[in-house]
Write a protein that binds this ligand. Structure first.
Ligand code: SF4
Length: 459
């Protein structure tokens, strides 16, 4: 285990390059092949990969001219505005570290620090951590997600149109290149580029949509069955809410890749952000119990690491302690189930920091629950790493936000749930009875901000 002194030394060495230097800008990429876009990590908005750049250079899937400009800013100590997520954490009151530092210290990044720090900003760099989206087919329509990465949301927007009074909410942001994975020029370029970077690749992570619904996910398994990549960690982001037959097929194909030792390991990433009915409310289509039982299936059949991504939003708060209890049970039964908590930034009106102060006690209670059950990383309880990430979210929630922004977010939350409920035949207050008073507050904000009179719903 690294000492605090050694960790500080490594952090200092990153900040010595510059106070905005982040290795993820060079070494990590999420590529959306459906729309021909990428971003260096999940936080900045996706930007277009111009086809003309790609024609001359397949590594433009990662090394776009746009991104090279952001690298230049970092090398010169300027903060790229697209990385606002990290600057908010670095400017908030808590002592926890931003993702800029957490990512830069990671195994796939830090060993390359000197090479990157001494490179020219225009150099093409082979990433060590690639996340790729082949297809946007998805069986879920999560409340915070967008049509660009979910075919179900795309269908929702086609059926009901845009959300009224919420500019751009859930609407497609980029134009789809092709519905056909087999003829999409970005997918074709990816399959040309992969063999050139696979040797130095630490992690290849497949995302979606729901990647278990993509033919290319299974093609990756076929590729890895034929081609060894001994240092590679293969990972998949799945909602674990697809049919049993699909899960079973995936496990059956993955098993020989692992048994032959063709890759270093496999990691299963899944996402859930709240407890049972509250999780199912915000992640339309999720079957919470099924998701938990599928985690057990992967553990029992393959013994792989499971990472649960939790994007903590307004919907997470009331029953989060019960959710932590479920995760703890998984940890006790299997070990190596990691909970990775970050705060939801977009859309603003699902942010956890808009709740009234009386609701902070739920978060404190959950923090105390977690804090009382801490042992080593990957063990049968929560780790310091998991606790630190939750504390970071807590500090962000309780730090000052401008009142006019809070009011706007509350008004927009009211606007959103009113329409979301109608579209999916849901009832927000049935799922969130703890928010009765808070929702009244949101409704008042709505009329204060938008109409200046009180209406009938939710009163
Ligand atoms: S600074 Fe933060 S937002 Fe920007 S690339 Fe690094 S981790 Fe991502």
């Amino acid at each position: 285990m690294e000492s605090l002194k050694d960790r500080k030394k490594r952090i200092d060495s990153i900040n010595e390059v510059s106070e905005s230097f982040c290795l993820a800008k060079w070494l990590q990429v999420t590529i959306d092949l459906v729309h021909g876009t990428n971003h260096s990590c999940h936080h900045p908005r996706r930007h277009l990969i111009p086809l003309e750049e790609l024609e001359q250079n397949p590594s433009a899937l990662h090394n776009t001219k746009f991104k090279k400009e952001k690298r230049k800013e970092m090398l010169e100590g300027r903060r790229p505005s697209e990385c606002e997520y990290c600057w908010q954490i670095e400017d908030s009151s808590g002592p926890e570290k931003s993702d800029r530092l957490i990512k830069s210290l990671d195994h796939w990044a830090y060993p390359h620090k000197d090479r990157i720090a001494n490179s020219h900003y225009e150099d093409d760099v082979a990433p060590t951590y690639v996340e790729v989206m082949f297809d946007k087919g998805c069986n879920l329509a999560c409340g915070y997600c967008i049509a660009d990465v979910s075919s179900r949301i795309e269908q929702e927007i086609k059926k009901f149109g845009p959300y009224e009074e919420l500019i751009d909410h859930r609407l497609p942001r980029n134009e789809k290149i092709s519905d056909d994975e087999t003829t999409n020029p970005y997918v074709i370029a990816f399959w040309k580029w992969l063999p050139t970077i696979i040797e130095g690749l630490h992690t290849l992570r497949i995302t979606g949509g729901e990647p278990l619904l993509s033919v290319n996910t299974f093609k990756v398994l076929d590729y890895l069955l034929e081609n060894e990549s001994k240092d590679l960690t293969l990972a998949i982001n799945t909602n674990l809410s697809v049919k049993d037959v699909v899960i079973d097929r995936f496990i059956k194909k993955l098993k020989p890749v692992l048994q032959k030792g063709n890759i270093k390991k496999f990691e299963l990433f899944t996402s859930v952000d709240a407890y049972k009915e509250q999780a199912e409310y915000i992640r339309e289509g999720l079957d919470y119990d099924k998701m938990l039982s599928n985690i057990r299936k992967f553990k029992e059949e393959l013994g792989v690491d499971v990472i649960i991504n939790c994007t903590f939003g307004v919907y997470s708060i009331p029953k989060f302690k019960l959710f932590l209890q479920d995760i703890l049970e998984l940890k006790k039964d299997y070990g190596r189930v990691i909970l990775d908590i970050s705060y939801l930034n977009h859309p603003r009106y699902l942010r956890a920091n808009m709740v009234t102060e009386d609701l902070h006690s739920y978060i404190k209670e959950s923090l105390e629950f977690m804090g009382g059950r801490v042992s080593e990383f990957g063990g049968n309880e929560f780790s310091e790493y998991e606790l630190e990430k939750f504390k970071r979210v807590y500090h962000w929630i309780v730090s000052k936000e401008r009142m006019d922004q809070k009011n706007q977010n509350r008004a927009d939350l009211y606007t959103f749930v009113t329409q979301f409920d109608k579209r999916y035949n849901k009832d927000f207050l049935t799922a969130f009875p703890e928010y009765k008073d808070f929702m009244l507050n949101c409704k008042k904000s709505y009329y204060f901000v938008k109409k200046l009179t009180i209406g009938e719903d939710y009163v």
